[in-house]
Ligand binder design. Structure first.
Ligand code: GRF
Length: 203
């Protein structure tokens, strides 16, 4: 699990740990990321790997890769990890690298999604869990959740409404992957068992 800050999605994963999966390690690119304390409190190894300790991005990402492998990670989850990973890292963890993004992709890739959603006047906003590809906030969509945008919404109110849904869809998506219920086919996420109707891209 990679993060940069608050770690509320990490907390949702820690709270949802199941028979088929656990959180092997939490790694942050910032030393004082509050999420690291959440991992420690839950008895999960927590590690900070600051960018300034490395000469270039390749060495920095190698350190992340090594930490994840040493911890025995099978899947890497980006939850509030505020860096764009290089194509080498993405290829190493291809279809084993998942991101949660606070918008209904492909709308509002990048930062400030709630502010931009309000400015665009959309009626619905939400979040997306997806497999990561080299392009920013792109890749096969695993699960999305939509929330209504209210006429009197502030950025903070909308963000809180979306975040509550993030905490629901992220553990659900991780559970599907851990249980082998989904796979990627032609850059689309499909149910591993065509009869499995509960694996639905939208909740
Ligand atoms: C979440 O909104 C996530 O979608 C985005 O960054 C935020 C991280 O929040 N990528 P937290 O650190 O999990 O609380």
């Amino acid at each position: 699990m990679l993060l940069s800050g608050r770690g509320s999605n990490l907390q949702a994963l820690l709270d949802a740990r199941a028979a088929s999966w656990e959180v092997a390690i939490a790694v942050a690119d910032v030393e004082d990321a509050p999420g690291l304390a959440r991992a420690e409190a839950a008895g999960v190894p927590a590690l900070a790997i600051p960018r300034r300790d490395f000469a270039d991005r390749a060495a920095f990402e190698d350190a992340f890769d090594a930490a994840l492998r040493t911890a025995g990670a099978d899947l890497v989850v980006l939850a509030g990890f505020m860096r764009v990973l290089g194509p080498e890292f993405v290829v190493r963890w291809y279809d084993r690298l998942v991101n949660i993004h606070p918008s209904l992709l492909p709308a509002f890739r990048g930062l400030d999604t709630h502010r931009r959603a309000l400015a665009a006047g959309v009626g619905w906003h939400g979040c997306t869990v997806h497999f990561v590809r080299a392009a920013l906030d792109a890749g096969p969509i695993i699960l999305q959740a939509a929330v209504p945008v209210r006429p009197d919404d502030t950025e903070e109110a909308l963000a809180a409404r979306v975040l509550a849904r993030e905490h629901h869809v992220l553990p659900q998506a991780i559970g599907w992957i851990a249980d082998g219920r989904i796979r990627v086919e032609n850059e689309r996420v499909v149910a591993a068992d065509p009869e499995d109707m509960t694996v639905n891209p939208s909740q």
